[in-house]
Design a binder for this molecule. Structure first.
Ligand SMILES: [Zn+2]
Length: 352
């Protein structure tokens, strides 16, 4: 099960609407704080709102707030709420497409409203998936940031795995040969010693090349291949052991076919090409070691895995070397870790 949160901006809401959204947020917060002190919350239904106020507040929001307060109480971190944004479940928050425009409709203090949204190019595919039902829409939150109003809508989808199966995503790189993530937990496998050793082999061969010692060059190449193979065996063993000890059911890696077959890799990291055969070998080793112990192995499409943030924002400029910084929301992350998380989520689907 994979999740991302779409943050969709409402397109120029009128002042009257903005005032109403603000009022709804305030009422919702006051209601939540009233609920906290109201003892019989366990059997509470949306009717309880009548005891709090005579206003015509949408029962869809009331139900979500009751749920939120309940879970806060259960976790015993129930203090006064500073702000509780209004939430709407998928039956009450509808996303629709009218000609070229996308709209969201939801109940408010007055009536149900349908408002246009700003659908960024990278969000269109997700919005279409919500509309045609290939992804599941969670409860959407109406919130304000920097004078703009948004809906934060978590969406989840199944990539052919059972719901509670743990998934490990692996991203291969240079500085870190491999980064493996299981949910938010991650482990880095350093590649610096590999890079320096391979540089040594290369420089030795350059010298031999000048001396035209063809046999010696071949010998050095074979030696390097054996050394690299040994490294790949060790790293793949560590990765699969890590997967076993964490109860992982599925390991996902990028489909490297493109990297092998074309001169130019899709990744921004140009050094990848030089290492393509060893990456491919590492992938092979991880795959058979995983399958040997009954862990399923899946390849995912590599598109956008390095460019997409956890909120679904996608831009080439988000990745800069080892740093990932989303231009849209400012989310920062280690670039390889971000890649590994996206590989785990299979954000561009499984490779076929
Ligand atoms: Zn972002």
């Amino acid at each position: 099960m994979s999740t991302i949160t779409l943050r969709i901006e409402l397109h120029k809401p009128t002042l009257a609407k903005q005032v109403m959204y603000q009022k709804m947020t305030e009422m919702n917060t006051e209601f939540a704080n009233w609920l906290l002190l109201h003892p019989p919350i366990n059997q509470a239904t949306s009717k309880i709102f009548k005891e709090f106020s005579n206003e015509n507040f949408p029962s869809a929001v009331v139900n979500q707030t009751i749920r939120e307060v309940k879970s806060q109480k259960k976790n015993q971190n129930a203090r006064t709420f500073r702000k509780i944004w209004c939430c709407f479940n998928n039956q009450n928050l509808k996303i629709e497409k009218n000609c070229a425009f996308y709209t969201v409709s939801f109940p408010t203090l007055e009536k149900r409203v349908g408002v246009p949204v700003v659908a960024k190019s990278f969000q269109v595919a997700w919005l279409n998936k919500i509309i045609n039902g290939t992804v599941k829409q969670g409860a959407g939150k109406l919130y304000q940031k920097k004078k703009k109003w948004y809906f934060a809508i978590p969406i989840t989808w199944n990539v052919e795995s059972t719901q509670d199966e743990k998934i490990m995503g692996i991203d291969l790189g240079l500085r870190y040969l491999a980064v493996a993530s299981i949910g938010t937990k991650s482990i880095f496998f350093k590649g610096s010693h590999v890079a320096s050793s391979r540089r040594r082999y290369a420089s030795r061969r350059r010298k031999l090349g000048q001396a035209k010692k063809r046999q010696a060059i071949k010998k050095s190449q074979d030696k390097e291949s054996r050394w690299m193979k040994d490294q790949n065996h060790k790293i793949s063993r560590q990765i699969v052991n890590h997967a076993i000890s964490n109860g992982v059911g599925v390991i996902r890696m990028e489909d490297l076919t493109d990297i092998r077959n074309t001169a130019k890799s899709k990744k921004t990291d140009p050094g990848r090409n030089l290492h393509s055969w060893s990456f491919y070998q590492l992938k092979e080793f991880i795959q058979y070691k995983a399958e040997m112990v009954g862990i399923r192995f899946e390849l995912v499409n590599p598109e956008y895995t390095s460019q997409t943030c956890k909120n679904g924002h996608q831009a080439k400029a988000n990745r800069n070397g080892l740093k990932f910084r989303c231009k849209e929301c400012g989310h920062t992350c280690h670039a390889d870790l971000n890649g590994a998380i996206n590989v785990g989520k299979a954000i561009s689907g499984l490779a076929t």
